[in-house]
Design a protein around this ligand. Structure first.
Ligand SMILES: [Zn+2]
Length: 390
């Protein structure tokens, strides 16, 4: 197995507090990383790096762990340009929202769906994302949900069954029957292709009792819970997520003190998705409040064609710093180690021996530039599993 050193890194984010400046980012200056096969085998000061077969000169630029985008919806067809344009132009628009994407997704071929998925994955990779989670949720029939998960599983291990995105249009008059379908035949067909089960617990989607039934049924089939919680209104989603030991409660925009206390007392990560608030001109989640309470926070894109059509984690980092009270260090941690925590992974989101060699070289001397230079394409190189992809 050949080894490669990436040397002359001005600032290396390791996310190991025992290294470098001993901050949560474990920031090492004048650093090097040694890769062997698909793993990191050494991290430290450049001058102390062991001999290797190959060498890449980072040229005094910064390196961060590859971004871990722990929340996206990438198996879909069509787009919702008109809906976005109307919303941002203050014009009424009464098309079907998620239902529009459901209709387009059902009508698409497997090849079309997979081509769309791979196009968005390539786009995310170019922006430094090396791990992504993605969900079903635009099929809402047993066959269409299972198809979405099968396609997603060809590209990532982090696949989430979201049959409970909204009540399928065919069941609009009988939501209880749809919950029966999701927890029965649809779950049986989908569980073999997924690691996670998710539910949109929100007014107009699924209430607390329905969400509990869905997540509990999923858990009985070996899927672990995550929850779309408290995005549009206050509700039971966050507390339910903590109660069921969900890996993550996602959105967390409308939180009462009991929700914050619940998150602080459990190990459920709060995943914040500022692309959604940006694209809907909604109120920002209060990251500062969560961090000050001791909650673990992840930052992800929520990439989807309706409410957050961005695959850019750097964009979300910039928003989190500008509008959600996060420091640049916190936002970079949340987009890497935080995402890994939201997927209950310790082999990604950090650059220390044993972790996957997933790393992003920035065309900047510091990770702070991710927020300091918003909208600028700063990603100069991406290694995934030890292979340079960008
Ligand atoms: Zn989502």
């Amino acid at each position: 197995m050949s080894s490669t050193v990436i040397s002359d890194i001005a600032q290396l984010v390791t996310n190991d507090p025992s290294l470098g400046d001993e901050s949560p980012l474990g920031l090492v200056r004048d650093a090097a990383v040694v890769i062997e096969g698909d793993r990191v085998v050494w991290t430290g000061e450049s001058s102390k790096a062991p001999p290797t077969d190959n060498r890449v000169d980072a040229g005094g630029r910064a390196v961060v762990p590859g971004f871990v985008d722990s929340h996206s919806h990438l198996v879909f067809a069509g787009d919702r340009t008109e809906e976005f344009n109307a919303r941002m132009s203050g014009r009424p628009y009464s098309a079907g929202g998620i239902r529009t994407t459901v209709a387009a997704t059902r009508a698409a071929s497997d090849a079309e769906l997979e081509a769309n998925l791979t196009r968005h994955l390539a786009e995310a990779l170019r922006q430094g994302t090396t791990t992504f989670e993605t969900k079903s949720g635009y099929g809402l029939t047993t066959a269409d949900e299972a198809r979405a998960l099968r396609l997603a599983a060809r590209h990532t291990d982090e696949v989430t069954f979201l049959g409970a995105h909204i009540v399928a249009p065919e069941y609009a008059g009988d939501p209880a029957a749809y919950v029966d379908l999701v927890t029965g035949e649809m779950l049986d067909a989908c569980a073999p292709h997924a690691r996670w089960i998710d539910v949109f617990c929100e007014e107009g989607a699924f209430d607390g009792d329905q969400a509990r039934a869905i997540l509990t049924a999923g858990r009985a089939k070996g899927l672990h819970p995550r929850v779309h919680a408290n995005q549009l209104t206050y509700g039971p989603g966050v507390r339910l997520a903590v109660e069921l030991d969900a890996a993550s409660a996602d959105h967390c925009t409308h939180l009462g003190d009991t929700d914050v206390d619940a998150l602080a007392s459990g190990r459920t990560v709060a995943t914040l998705l500022p692309g959604a608030e940006f694209s809907t001109r909604a109120e920002w989640p209060d990251a500062r409040r969560l961090l000050d309470a001791g909650v673990t926070v992840a930052l992800s894109t929520d990439c989807n064609p309706g409410s957050s059509f961005t695959s850019s984690v750097p964009f979300c980092v910039a928003l989190a710093v500008r509008d959600m009270g996060m420091t640049p260090d916190e936002a970079v941690w949340s987009a890497t180690a935080g995402g890994a925590a939201a997927l209950r992974r310790t082999d990604i989101g950090r650059l220390t021996p044993g972790a996957y060699a997933d790393l992003t070289l920035l065309d900047a001397p510091s990770h702070v530039h991710l927020a300091y230079r918003p909208g600028v394409p700063l990603v100069a190189g991406v290694w995934r599993r030890g292979v340079r992809e960008v």
